[in-house]
Design a protein around this ligand. Structure first.
Ligand SMILES: NC(=O)c1ccc[n+]([C@@H]2O[C@H](COP(=O)([O-])OP(=O)(O)OC[C@H]3O[C@@H](n4cnc5c(N)ncnc54)[C@H](O)[C@@H]3O)[C@@H](O)[C@H]2O)c1
Length: 249
């Protein structure tokens, strides 16, 4: 139970990887604030954690809107205490070729994948500094490392999150705040189901050295390590969890 007395914020905790992260951090002892735009699923996540003996509360927050984010984070601090852990998990992409996309589509991809982590991180930093400790992990993607066909804007945003994490890591290290990135490979979630066609799914299982996609819990385990005391001297790093699909040098 290495995260006792830690309040953790997890965005996009209503399903998929975010739900798995919320459950894992709660199992490790954290009080979890589960944030999502979807009220039904985020309350389900909180209920699942509480029924399993953990402590969690669901918050309906559109993480792309500054006022909603600031109000949500203030409420988390009031309910669960100062924040020591933030997991920027929300992310989204459609599937289309860059040449066919409208500006409104790029705005949406940038808002969800890049602006939302900026807003939420900005909102929690003061609380982390007050705690004298902080651990931030953002979910990027292997698309940041190798690019994604029909996901050009998404790849750009995920590359941006990787660079954002490194820059921020340098600024906040003096406050004992570490900032890292996890890049999932293909992972069994509703986003993967909707965004990846059957031909590409089949190709993935052939080219991934481990011959299968990830389960959300396998991504959650890496995130839980990076926010734990065991990772106290790790900052500005980008970790792929992809069954060997990508191998960083
Ligand atoms: N699943 C994969 O194969 C895969 C691969 C690489 C990276 N990732 C990344 O991992 C993260 C999680 O992916 P996932 O597959 O679990 O996604 P998902 O779509 O299954 O879940 C995302 C959650 O975020 C919530 N959300 C969306 N917009 C929101 C907003 N504006 N405010 C608050 N909540 C919002 C959704 O309601 C949903 O509950 C994302 O950053 C994604 O880009 C996923």
């Amino acid at each position: 139970m290495s995260l006792e007395n830690h309040t953790a914020v997890v965005t996009g905790a209503g399903q998929g990887i975010g739900r798995a992260i919320a459950k894992k951090l709660a199992a490790d002892g954290a009080r979890v604030a589960a944030l999502d735009i979807n009220e039904t699923t985020v309350q389900e996540t909180a209920q699942l954690i509480n029924e399993a003996g953990g402590r969690a509360k669901g918050y309906v927050v559109d993480c792309t809107k500054r006022e909603a984010v600031n109000a949500g984070i203030d409420q988390v601090v009031a309910d669960l205490g100062g924040i020591k852990i933030l997991v920027n998990n929300i992310g989204w992409s459609g599937t289309s070729f860059f040449e066919d996309e409208e500006e409104s589509y790029w705005d949406q991809v940038i808002a969800i994948n890049l602006k939302a982590p900026f807003l939420v991180t900005h909102a929690v930093l003061r609380s982390m500094k007050e705690q004298g400790e902080g651990h931030i992990v953002s979910l990027a993607s292997d698309a940041a490392r190798v690019g994604q066909l029909q996901g050009v804007a998404y790849s750009a945003c995920k590359g941006g999150i990787s660079a954002f994490s490194k820059g921020l890591a340098r600024e906040v290290a003096k406050y004992k705040i570490n900032v890292n990135c996890v890049c999932p490979g293909p992972t069994n979630t509703p986003l993967y189901e909707s965004a990846i066609n059957d031909k590409i799914k089949k190709a993935f299982t052939q080219i991934i050295p481990m011959k299968r996609i990830a389960q959300p819990e396998e991504i959650a385990n890496a995130v839980a390590f990076l926010v734990s005391p065991g990772a106290s001297y790790i900052t500005g790093q980008v970790l792929s969890v992809s069954g060997g699909l990508t191998m960083a040098g």
